[in-house]
Design a protein around this ligand. Structure first.
Ligand code: PLP
Length: 398
């Protein structure tokens, strides 16, 4: 059994109060809180190793470069990639997807398959290309219609871009099956792993996806860092994303040649401190173990689902058989923003709004939803407080 009280002590922010009440943080899908090890790694870097990387021969720079590259190796092993050349540091999931959209070549008439449950980050970069999006529909439970998916392929299909898990519904999609079908049509698959990466083990070799994008800040790491995993042969063929220092091998006044992978896609000085601190976040997850993380978060999901289903006028949206610890809901008489404000006054942080998934709001015919999402530090007691606050709100508005 996990000692959650001990885990909570690793997260200094959880000792805070909001409106005079102990903070109950139920918004980890938005961004997770950070353990001491991650916070300390940032200051430790600036106090002891601050230097630019990959370009200076003095010891300080060599140390900083070593730590930066150590994170890359750790991530490579963590997601079971074949080579560190397949791990590209970005600002986050959004930039990783934009990188693929800009660097792969698309032409007029190309088609990309996406789903109704995509975050705007996995819609807008493709819409900007002017290609046609073919949409996988979802059921009322919030599961992909895989039969319809198979019928979306044709000779124009260039890519499948799909989320591993929905940030709104919590649905965990069958990526292995989706990839297998796409590959039968010789189509590459990009997986938006922003939500899945912090909560379940990701093995890119087993999934066999061509690209996998994720963010550090949702996985107990700092903001401003993310990763694009890509199969080496595909990355080799892609043009560089941005031009500048580090991404070149040679430059003349008229042209340039590219550096080798992964540096070809890492122009300019990167977010060194936060990449280094991301290593501490990965090690933190490893120290707890996904088996424990998943068991704890699934317990919270089931406990909270039962509690919320007992509140009059509350409707949970998204009841997939495989879900992350995410529950979105609406209440009959109360606007989601009002619920968010009422909960805030009880010290409870949840997200209310369209969750950067407007097409999904349309699918369920609601303007907005309230979302609670769990991390490793949440407890059943916090869910009891949430449930009580929602019952009070329901009574007041009724
Ligand atoms: N994709 C999904 C499913 C998300 O939930 C998010 C963020 O909420 C993103 C992409 C974008 O992530 P980031 O803002 O870290 O780039």
């Amino acid at each position: 059994m996990l000692n959650i009280e001990k885990i909570r002590k690793d997260f200094p922010i959880l000792q805070c109060t909001m409106h005079g009440k102990p903070l109950i943080y139920l918004d980890s899908s938005n961004t997770s809180q950070k353990p001491n090890g991650v916070i300390d790694a940032i200051t430790h870097y600036y106090k002891n190793y601050n230097a630019n990387i990959h370009r200076s021969i003095y010891e300080l720079s060599a140390k900083a470069t070593h730590l930066y590259e150590k994170t890359r190796t750790n991530i490579k092993e963590f997601i079971n990639a074949k080579s560190t050349q397949e791990i590209i540091f970005t600002k986050g999931t959004t930039e990783a997807i934009n990188l693929v959209a800009s660097s792969l070549s698309f032409s007029e008439g190309d088609e990309i398959i996406v789903s109704t449950m995509e975050h705007h980050s996995n819609l807008v970069p493709w819409q900007k290309l002017g290609v046609k999006l073919r949409i996988i529909p979802i059921s009322d439970k919030g599961e992909l219609d895989l039969g319809a998916y198979q019928n979306l392929f044709n000779s124009h299909t260039k890519m499948v871009a799909i989320t591993h898990a929905s940030n709104v519904l919590g649905t965990i999609n069958p990526i292995k099956e989706i990839t297998k079908i796409a590959h039968q049509h010789q189509v590459a698959v990009l997986v938006d792993g922003a939500q899945a990466f912090p909560h379940l083990p990701v093995d890119v070799e087993d999934l066999d996806c061509d690209f996998y994008a994720f963010s550090s800040h949702k996985a107990y790491g700092p903001t401003g860092v993310g990763v694009l995993y890509g199969k080496k042969d595909l990355l080799e063929k892609m043009s560089p994303y941005q031009g500048g220092g580090n991404m070149i091998e040679r430059v003349s006044l008229t042209d340039f040649t590219c550096n080798q992978l992964p540096y070809k896609f890492e122009a300019g000085t990167p977010n060194i401190a936060d990449v280094i601190a991301f290593d501490a976040a990965i090690n933190y997850i490893k120290s707890i173990g996904f088996e424990n993380i998943m068991r704890h978060e699934q317990n919270l999901l089931h406990y909270a689902t039962e509690k919320l289903n007992n509140i009059d006028g509350l409707r949970i949206i998204g009841n997939a058989s495989k879900k992350l610890g995410v529950i979105s809901f609406v209440m009959k008489e109360i606007h989601p923003h009002d619920i968010g404000t009422i909960l805030d006054h009880e010290g409870i942080a949840v997200r209310a709004g369209h969750h950067c998934a407007m097409p999904l709001m349309e699918r369920f015919k609601v303007p907005a939803m309230v979302r609670v999402s769990f991390g490793i530090y949440n407890t059943e007691k916090e869910i009891d407080h949430l449930s009580l606050a929602l019952k009070t709100a329901e009574r007041i508005f009724a």
